[in-house]
Design a protein around this ligand. Structure first.
Ligand code: 5AD
Ligand code: SF4
Length: 446
């Protein structure tokens, strides 16, 4: 029987995966194991994986192979997360050196599965289709002392044709509002200043539980009332579910930051239909206009996929044009990657790799120009910054983020960490502003 003392968790993918890793660290520490970042010596190695694109999977498999070749001392190796859910037991067959596979909906079983692996030397795969057991968030070991992720809804019901998430995380399952409020209260009492609510589609919150009679804007209002709550953010918002009530909540609740991550995915209506997004480009632009009209100073972020099956050059140009017109504050740009089991794989992946690369470069350049102009226009304005740490480049400077997710550095000491400061933006370099401290705070913000 093996007697592990230490563990190392490698995390890939999105914020939900980061949160799941923090929960796993907490579970293993409570079982008496010690965390290490050293993959060469850890007795237990866990790879918390992502399947969203082929590259994400290849990264994990490359790393796994490398570690398995180097280690001669037979560590316990587990694969958790989306790749575990997508590939299930086949991972045990394909990778003889791994000991367990735990799907996204089975994280709560980590310690019991580990105990079974240790006592029986059996290889185990647990992969449930649906999320049903809430995790022990109260004992999660968080990586950041000021900013915490809080899960409010798991899974996704949308079924975009390119996306693996409904298969790896199951259908929507909202978490009880009392549990969310209690967790947030607890985090605020511990000194957390910024809470990011997580869900594949946060705007769907509560729709699977009509008996609660509570929707996402109501949840935001409850969180806003927590004493000393400083900032609340949320990710991700599906355009179809972006309601006027939500826009008004962002406008009216002082703690809710004016930043909305709002994936467009494509600028062509034919491609949007093929993606099964449920809106046209015009619908989307109307929602953006409504958001900007209702929420002064709102910043909008987006996700884009180029090279979706059969996307023509002219259709791609519609996406490029949309980026120019809509002036997103941030954009995450991807080239299409076919995922096994998703509806889009019934169409040929017929845009060549070189053409996908060209399209990606084109929109990267467009977005750089848009971001540069936006940042230039912000120079001279006053912003509220949550001070998060010392600048990695200069220890006499501290760094933080504005409410709209812009990076700012300014002269300051460690004593400012965790405080909200008002700054005037004086210059910029790359994606970061340099600011100078103002004495008077901006009115109306906590
Ligand atoms: N190929 C490329 N990008 C994808 N995304 C999701 N699935 C795929 C895929 N198969 C992108 C979407 C989503 C983001 C998290 O990842 O833009 O919003
Ligand atoms: Fe990756 Fe999506 Fe799974 Fe997050 S939910 S880990 S982005 S596949």
């Amino acid at each position: 029987m093996r007697d592990p003392q230490t563990f190392c968790i490698k995390t890939y993918g999105c914020q939900m995966n980061e949160l799941d890793s923090e929960v796993m660290v907490g579970m293993l520490e409570r079982r008496g194991l010690r965390r290490t970042d050293d993959e060469q010596t850890a007795d237990i190695l866990i790879f918390n994986t992502c399947s969203v694109r082929d590259l994400a999977e290849r990264k994990v498999l490359g790393k796994l192979g490398q570690v398995a070749r180097r280690r001669r001392d037979d560590p316990i190796i587990g694969i958790t997360g989306c790749m575990a859910s997508a590939k299930k037991e086949t991972l045990l067959k394909k990778l003889p050196y791994i000991d367990f596979v735990l799907g996204t909906n089975n994280i709560h079983q980590l310690t019991s599965v580990l105990d079974e692996v240790i006592s029986s030397s059996q290889r185990i795969a647990r992969v449930d289709d649906q999320f049903s057991n809430e995790l022990d968030y109260a004992h999660a070991t968080r990586n950041d002392p000021l900013r915490a992720h809080v899960s409010i809804i798991r899974g996704c019901n949308k079924h975009c044709t390119y996306c693996i998430v409904p298969y790896t995380r199951g259908s929507e399952c909202s978490r009880h509002p009392d549990d969310i409020v209690a967790e947030c209260k607890n985090l605020v009492e511990k000194g957390y200043k910024e809470i990011t609510l997580l869900g594949q589609n946060v705007n769907s919150y509560g729709k699977d539980r009509p008996d609660w009679s509570l929707r996402f804007p109501d949840l935001l209002a409850r969180l806003d009332r927590i004493p000393n709550m400083c900032r609340v953010r949320f990710l991700t918002s599906h355009p179809v579910d972006m309601s006027v009530e939500l826009m008004e909540a962002i406008r009216d609740l002082p703690t809710v930051c004016e930043f909305v991550h709002f994936p467009l995915q494509a600028g062509s209506n034919r491609i949007l239909r093929k993606m099964n997004r449920g809106y046209t480009r015009e619908d989307y632009e109307d929602k953006v206009a409504a958001l900007r009209e209702r929420v002064p100073g709102v910043a909008i972020g987006t996700d884009i996929i180029v090279g979706f099956p059969s996307e023509t050059d002219a259709e791609f140009e519609e996406t490029n044009e949309a980026l120019r017109r809509l002036k997103f504050s941030a954009a995450f740009l991807f080239s299409y990657s076919p995922r096994k089991g998703t509806p889009a794989t019934r169409w040929d992946d017929d845009v060549s790799q070189a053409e996908k690369e060209r399209r990606l470069q084109t929109i990267l350049t467009t977005q750089e120009e848009v971001s540069f102009t936006e940042m230039q226009q912000m120079l001279g304005t006053r912003v509220e910054v949550l001070v998060e740490g010392t600048s990695p480049k200069d220890e006499k400077m501290v760094k933080g983020r504005t409410r709209t997710w812009k990076n700012v550095v300014f002269p300051g000491s460690q004593q400012l960490l965790g405080t909200l400061q008002t700054l005037t933006l004086t210059s910029m370099a790359h994606q970061t502003f340099v600011g100078s401290l103002d004495i008077d705070p901006i009115p109306n913000h906590p």
